[in-house]
Design a protein. Sequence first.
Length: 558
Amino acid sequence: MYGYTKTMRLFLAEYLMALLLHTVYAFYDKGAETGRIVLWISCVTICATALVVFLVKKERFVVPFSYVMVLLATTCIGYLLNTLAFSIFIVSVISSCFCILLDAIYIIYMSAISSVVAICLVVFVPESISLNVSPFMFCIYIAIYLAFSLNLYIVVNYANKFMKGMEEKAEEARRASDSKNLFLANMSHEIRTPMNAICGMAELTLRDKTLSKESRENTENIKRAGTVLISIVNDILDYSKMESGKLEIVPVTYSFKHMVDDVMNMSALRVEDKQVDIKAQIQPGLPDLLIGDEIRIRQILSNLLSNAIKYTENGYVILEVSGEEDAGFLDLVISVTDSGIGIKKEDLNKLFVSFQQLDTRRLRSREGTGLGLAICKQLLSLMGGRIEVESTYGVGSKFTVHLSQKISTAAPLKDEKEPEEKVKEPIVTVGAKVLVVDDNLVNLKVSEGLLKTFGLDVVTCVSGRECLEILSREKDFDIIFIDHMMPELDGIDTLNLIRADNSEYMKTVPLIALTANVVSGVREMFISEGFDDYVPKPIDMNWLNSILRKYIKIEKQR
């Protein structure tokens, strides 16, 4: 129950204490000669026991042996000192402690051995017993000890059964968690694969300058609906990661100004069909370069702004940022205020509950899972922050985030565009060529169309085997994009066969994974397998742009 190693350590400590008490008593009351004999018996038995405990690994041999040594030592010393009854009492206490800590089977061993020895002493050396207690009372003690041992056996046996049941339930829960994670990974892949086709085709269609107004509106609605669906999938996956404790906070150095600009630009697209003014107010002089999990902070701000826009039909949505520097950290206060429908007082305590949407009769048409605010709260908790809310029903709401970020450099925020923002401008390539491997023909067409908007020469194939055949003839691709889940040869198998080629080109050509699997740790998995980077599906044009800018040679970029 308590654990074999810890139990044996405690046992040796108890054993040593019992022998020490007898040795001190022997020198004090019986003289030096008897004291030396007791000390010799103590040293021999404790050393023999310790050697067996630490060298022999078989528990069912060590435990009975150790107990027999205790019984032998205390009986011999008790007989020499005329304290036999006291010695037997001590060994009974030790055996009881031993039994409580270990399995029920040892109670049978120890109570049987103790009882046999005690009865033999009463029969053969009753005069030694009577020096401390009458034989009758000693027999009473034996009976009490046996009753105690029987009761102890029942209790320990019940406890063992209970612990076994708990272990089985824990294992069952672990298997259920693994099954859930596998299901979510597969669900993510199966949903994202067709959504890549839907959103990708919508993106390509919108790039057609001859598209009629009605067709453009319909296509924009398709793309917007696809984006909402992907957002829902992302929320469910994030919630699952946090629930299983697998979501990690990854600190990086980032520009706070750039992050806020990106979030505001994305949010502004959501208010194009509403009479809503959206703006940001940032305290002047705040440090710009901070250290924290930019992706998760971006997610928190996006969720809060998205929530505010969703429930505001007209009026305003304002993002306000202020902060104070404290010992190398910036204590940020970020608030999102809206003039939306507000929240009833009785509903405020439901805000951060998972899968909970408020005022559903009035807001039945609003899309979402009810996970956004719950995810924000848990992410802030992981980063040591907190979130507060103030709201007046029918007037509006204000969500305030308190979060501390380490300062990378003290350079303040700038109003003008930073040179780094050029990185986010769409690149135009000249003479660059890429290979795309994907077993889904629609997704292959989407990838080809999106890549061609960057001026790339795109070659496609539908399997890892065909990819290898193309590479055996052509070795002039700047990047190779490989789908992860494919029949026969999947993306990792294809990568390994490419890298197995000893030519310099095959060893160094950038290999980028295309994947609809975005569960926790997927990036680390791809990098560890040998991919240079990855692009999640549905393909985000900004993400794709940053990949192309990073891996296509500078001389081929314009």
